[in-house]
Design a protein around this ligand. Structure first.
Ligand code: 3PG
Ligand code: CO
Length: 546
């Protein structure tokens, strides 16, 4: 598996900067476009004067079920790193459910059998929304329907409130109809109840080991039923909102539902547990806690031996978890693997929050390197703090590290991710996101300078939008306003395209404009084209004009 050199072969070094969550819309700051609202001397000049085109970064261009689906970092980095579009988790689970395959599979049968033979409980834990980034509530509903048909003795739900892939205070919009939907099953005698829950940034869904205490809190709530108790989930949410009207769903405290003075859904030995998220990054740690014998991240207390399955396998190399309901996309022949096998030196860098994006997701959901000699990965620890309090995040440290590394000149291909546009964007704080962008602009100017000095071509793009739309817009594109007439903050990603720019120290590179629908899948071949290599078979074409 070697890359073919172009003839004549004139190799170039390249830095690819992913400005996470920096999309493009012609709408101005009055619509919540924090990029247009920021003072960005470097980036605005780059987008205006250097070859720049817009790339599609959502929906079918990144393997999602439809163009109603926004992009996200998993699918975005997957596509960027493999130059092709694979059906992604959201779509694979849909198909598997629609064709009935999920329910015919061994994993589901084991989950069900386990509860029937032991007269035990089926627990479903997962993100409770239709955001379709990590999970979809319809998948959970399909599992419930099938489990009821199978007459499992009892079902307990542990719901992670979203407000990050969907609007920021929408928890009850999911909960109320869901409870209504459950009544039909209950009236036929099924024993289904919500047992625990909390905001997704408070419990359970940590990623890249940024903050294990989140997972520990989730463990206590879901498994041991230890936490503040309420008669039901709705009362819990309403109480939290009353106590802190500013709190948004992703940060809601956790709760345990109690009946006759006892938690009604502790997880006990002999139970079955399905984690209903399909995306891996925020599902790996809790899956480890449920399945690993030698687990030392926190004290699990009285550990329940359960029959555990993930909606998908979250890490194929670690085989985590061993039991899963739907197979993940088999992303092969990634750019990283081609480069490793062709002797091209690679360097990947980000801070913790996006470190796995430029390694694990970039390499087609593969943990570890292809070749430890030619690859270097560097992680700068992220702060554990809401990022609107530190909009600069670790951008300064990333920039300084890269300046140093570019000067040393060891690698051929450098890739980095600046999380700011996305992570600050997810807080819904417009002002902080503007600050994040302005800080990034200074960092980018420094990196451009370092590239020029070391004769490295600079590519700048993004994986999806976020900072470009910090206010909620209705279907017609008009601002949504709250009762006081203020714009409603938007915490989720957008459907907008992303700019893709080239800064070539020799000013020779031009981008083609004749491609019908260029998207993130065109980037991998473009990187290779600039570096002096032919497009691998099946990759979407390069964006360079010949
Ligand atoms: C998150 O996990 O933070 C969001 O759901 C998605 O953000 P990302 O796709 O940019 O990581
Ligand atoms: Co994001």
């Amino acid at each position: 598996m070697q890359l073919k050199k172009k003839t004549p072969f004139s190799p170039k070094k390249l830095l690819f900067v992913i400005l996470d969550g920096v999309g493009y819309t012609p709408k101005g700051p009055e619509f919540g476009n924090a990029i247009a609202g920021a003072n960005l001397p470097f980036l605005n000049k780059l987008w205006k004067e250097s070859p720049t085109i817009l790339l599609k970064a959502h929906g079918t261009a990144v393997g999602m079920p439809s163009d109603e689906d926004m992009g996200n970092s998993e699918v975005g980095h997957n596509v960027l790193g493999c130059g092709r579009i694979f059906d992604q988790g959201a779509k694979l689970v849909n198909n598997s459910i629609a064709k009935g395959l999920l329910f015919e599979g061994k994993a589901w049968k084991e989950i069900i059998e386990n509860t029937k033979t032991k007269n035990s409980t089926l627990h479903l834990i997962g993100l409770f929304s239709d955001g379709n980034v990590h999970a979809h509530i319809d998948h959970t509903k399909s599992l419930i329907e099938a489990a009821v048909k199978e007459k499992v003795p009892r079902i307990r739900l542990h719901i992670l409130l979203d407000g990050r892939d969907v609007s920021e205070k929408s928890a009850l919009e999911y909960l109320n109809p869901f409870e209504e939907w459950l009544t039909t099953f209950r009236s036929k005698g099924a024993d289904i109840k919500i047992a625990s829950g909390g905001g997704r940034m408070t419990i359970t869904m940590d990623r890249y080991e940024a903050d294990w205490s989140m997972v520990e809190r989730g463990w206590k709530i879901h498994v041991h039923g230890e936490g503040r108790t309420f008669p039901d989930a709705k009362t819990a949410i309403e109480t939290f909102r009353k106590e802190d009207p500013a709190v948004i769903d992703q940060y809601l405290p956790s709760f345990v539902v109690e009946e006759s003075g006892k938690p009604l859904g502790k997880i006990l030995s002999g139970d079955s547990v399905v984690f209903t998220n399909f995306r891996g990054d925020r599902a790996i740690e809790i899956s480890q806690a449920f399945t690993q014998k030698n687990f030392d991240k926190f004290d699990r207390g009285n550990f329940p031996e359960v029959c555990y399955a993930g909606m998908m396998q979250y890490d194929g190399d670690l085989q985590l978890p061993e039991r899963f309901l739907v197979s993940p996309p088999a992303i092969d022949r990634t750019l990283g693997e081609y480069m490793a096998k062709s002797g091209i030196g690679q360097y990947a860098l980000s801070e913790t929050q996006k470190y796995g994006h430029v390694t694990f997701f970039w390499n087609g959901n593969r943990s570890g390197k292809f070749d430890s000699k030619s690859e270097e990965y560097k992680e700068i620890p992220s702060d554990v703090i809401p990022f609107d309090q530190t909009p600069e995040m670790k951008a300064q440290a990333i920039t300084a590290e890269l300046e140093k590394v570019l000067g040393e000149n060891h690698s051929d291909f450098y890739r980095i991710n600046f999380p700011n546009g996305d992570m600050v964007g997810h807080t819904g704080n417009y002002k902080a996101t503007v600050e994040a962008m302005e800080f990034l602009d200074g960092c980018m100017a420094r990196l451009a300078e370092a590239c020029k000095k070391n004769n490295v071509v600079l590519l700048v793009s993004a994986d999806h939008g976020n900072a470009d739309e910090m206010y909620q817009l209705d279907k017609k594109g008009n601002l949504e306003k709250d009762k006081e007439g203020k714009p409603v903050p938007k915490t989720s990603h957008t459907l907008n395209p992303v700019p893709f720019s080239v800064l070539d120290p020799e000013s020779k590179i031009k981008l083609r404009t004749d491609l019908q629908d260029p998207g993130l899948a065109n980037v991998a071949a473009t990187i290779l084209d600039i570096m002096g290599y032919e497009t691998p078979e099946g990759y979407h074409p390069s964006l360079l004009a010949k």
